[in-house]
Design a protein around this ligand. Structure first.
Ligand SMILES: [Zn+2]
Length: 134
């Protein structure tokens, strides 16, 4: 059976934010400055940090790594999932993480966070199996 993933090209700012976040992740002395302390990430789970204020405080080596990342073409791949048992759904889940848990047969079948059954599948598969259901 076939299912689709959603591919989205990241913007330059998104790549800058992501790179600064990851390259400073293990540096406990580096305090990231966020746009808004009450809202740390956007709808895609991207860290909403200030770009210039953080970038300017990096050492030269890290600056170069961040810029190298930001100049690449980077896609985010996500997938929508829905439960065949209870119809619970979650949209825009990181596909790389899902792929790691998948045995590669047919399509990913994960445990549903709501009912706990191993019937949490790609939305396309849910639709194919529920053709007559609305
Ligand atoms: Zn369920």
């Amino acid at each position: 059976m076939n299912f689709n993933t959603n591919k989205r090209l990241l913007t330059y700012d998104e790549k800058m934010r992501r790179a600064i976040f990851y390259y400073t992740f293990n540096d406990y002395d580096f305090n990231l400055i966020y746009e808004d302390e009450n809202n740390l990430s956007d709808n895609y789970g991207q860290p909403l940090i200030k770009i210039k204020e953080n970038f300017d405080r990096l050492d030269d080596e890290t600056k170069a790594l961040v810029l190298e990342f930001a100049n690449r073409e980077i896609y985010d791949e996500t997938i929508d999932l829905k439960c065949l048992n209870c119809d619970y759904e979650e949209l825009n889940q990181d596909y790389e993480e899902i792929e790691e848990m998948w045995d590669g047969i047919d399509y990913p079948k994960l445990y549903c966070p709501k009912c706990g059954k191993g019937k949490f599948v790609p939305l396309d598969i849910w639709k194919q199996k529920n053709k007559y259901k609305r």
